[in-house]
Design a protein around this ligand. Structure first.
Ligand code: ADP
Ligand code: MG
Length: 474
């Protein structure tokens, strides 16, 4: 798909000038990140990496992604309430994957004790690429759905303004005016505010559970600001602080430094390295509490790659969303081929196929945050090694999506300006709130476009591969 700025892409003078404007505009608009050298202080900050130009996104696929988001919200919510489904789906995985097993044990323990939490808040982001078919027609294919700590809803609200400026500088005012308004941070905050309100204690606070290393703090501050604007108090704490200073009262109300907590919003806790023994204890304490966890542990488990693979099996969506055939069809249309590596004939067969033709697949462990998947020769070697051992069941296989590349410039601090062949990944933020059995909010809250050079197989802005972008919907 040729972009309407193809004519200026190779005009080095114009591009240089536009890039200088772009970087300053990003700083002015607050597209910010702390630096690698000083990740926990804001004395020195830089711009978060972004594309010089927006990337074209076909309008039909853009709309399709928005239309299916409420369905995905309901699906994730249904999975999180289905103990048998999670138990059955994760049975083989938790035998070999210690991290998933530990999350699962907390899930079971909390259920056995009886859930104290009665208000549920989900914030997720469903990610897609545009798979290029043999005839060149792109199709929307889901990469994964993130049910915990889905990030960049804040910074992405600010990139459109930067790209509008760049297009104007390049003489593309008409195109600049077509860039869509997008404010996921506000939508996420509305969900948090609703959950806070339903929790029903006006003096209680919202606690952001944050990482030890907080480079992406400005993204979170965007959501925080929206809450402060609604006069909702926000505190930021780490697992370590919870371990040291949090407690539950007789009614399992959660107190942090003496303040009651209504909502715990996790921006941490999705990687094994986030946990030591104390942090696991802190997580358990939070999960046992009455506070609204975003997400609760069941919803985090609903976002595992193994669950994603199970959903693609015949009849599974129908059972999870009974009497909603249209939602099922919309969801299924976004699925790429997903394959179980459970022990047995089917798993043997797909393992052999992938070993013979590794470039057709991605091998995914039960991990989040980028940099964990295996591709190509590495995929072949790993699969070869584990093909006859139960260890293989900690992975799933997925068809590799092959989007049509486009040329762009990726702007990163201290990096030379050069044109790259790029592909993009579109994410749609979903927000929902349930009180008991009743869903009281179900929304698509905005989008995120991330773009990376084709020579990187994996992705992630925080992982240092992808950069922020703005869709130019055509
Ligand atoms: P994580 O939970 O680590 O973010 P993802 O499933 O989102 O894992 O994969 C990370 C990145 O790897 C994606 O952002 C994308 O760039 C790439 N990727 C993942 N799955 C596929 C796929 N099926 N085809 C092509 N690229 C993929
Ligand atoms: Mg991802």
């Amino acid at each position: 798909m040729a972009a309407p700025w193809e004519d200026v892409l190779r005009d080095t003078g114009a591009i240089r000038e536009a890039a200088a404007v772009a970087v300053d505009a990003a700083l002015l608009e607050g597209v910010l990140m702390r630096t690698e050298g000083e990740p926990n202080a804001s004395d020195v900050v830089n711009y978060a990496p972004f594309t010089l130009l927006p990337s074209s996104v076909p309008s039909a696929l853009f709309e399709q992604a928005y239309e299916v988001q409420q369905d995905f919200n309901l699906l994730v919510d249904a999975i999180s309430q289905n103990k048998e489904f999670l138990e059955h789906t994760l049975a083989s995985t938790i035998k070999v994957d210690d991290f998933t097993a530990r999350l699962f044990r907390i899930h079971m323990q909390v259920l056995e004790e009886g859930l104290a939490q009665s208000v549920f808040l989900g914030i997720n982001r469903s990610d897609y690429m545009f798979d290029c078919g043999v005839d060149g027609t792109p199709a929307l294919k889901q990469i994964e759905i993130n049910t915990i700590a889905a990030s960049f809803g804040g910074l992405t609200s600010r990139t459109a303004a930067v790209h509008r400026r760049v297009l104007k500088v390049l003489g593309k005012s008409k195109e600049a005016s077509c860039l869509l308004h997008n404010n996921p941070a506000k939508g996420l905050a509305l969900g948090i505010a609703k959950a806070w309100e339903l929790y029903g204690s006006p003096s209680a606070v919202v606690m952001f559970l944050v990482e030890e290393v907080q480079r992406n703090i400005f993204d979170q501050r965007c959501v925080e600001n929206e809450l402060w604007n609604r006069d909702i108090r926000v505190i930021r704490r780490r697992f370590r602080d919870v371990f040291e200073n949090a407690s539950l009262d007789d009614a399992k109300r959660l107190y942090m430094d003496g303040q009651e907590v209504a909502v715990v919003y996790y921006r941490e806790g999705y990687m094994p390295k986030n946990y030591d023994q104390q942090n696991w204890e802190a997580r358990l304490l939070l999960e046992r509490s009455r506070a609204v966890k975003c997400p609760d542990i069941a919803t985090q488990l609903a976002g595992t790659k193994k669950v994603q693979q199970e959903l693609s099996q015949p009849g599974v969506l129908e059972r999870l969303l009974p009497s909603q055939p249209e939602a099922v069809a919309r969801i299924r249309a976004t699925f790429a081929g997903l394959y179980s590596l459970d022990m047995g004939e089917e798993g043997d067969k797909i393992a052999a196929t992938a070993i013979a033709d590794p470039d057709r697949f991605v091998l995914k462990p039960q991990r989040e945050g980028g940099g964990n998947n295996l591709y190509g020769e590495e995929l072949r070697q790993v699969l070869e090694k584990i093909r006859d051992s139960p260890e293989r069941t900690s992975y799933i296989l997925m068809d590799k999506i092959k989007p049509q590349p486009a040329m762009n410039y990726l702007l990163r601090a201290h990096s030379p300006l050069q044109m790259s062949k790029c592909i993009s990944e579109l994410g749609i933020f979903g927000v929902y709130v349930r009180q008991g059995k009743k869903v009281v909010m179900n929304k698509a809250a905005g989008h995120l476009l991330r773009t990376k050079a084709v020579d990187h197989v994996d992705g992630g802005v925080a992982a240092g591969v992808a950069v922020l972008d703005t869709p130019y919907v055509v």
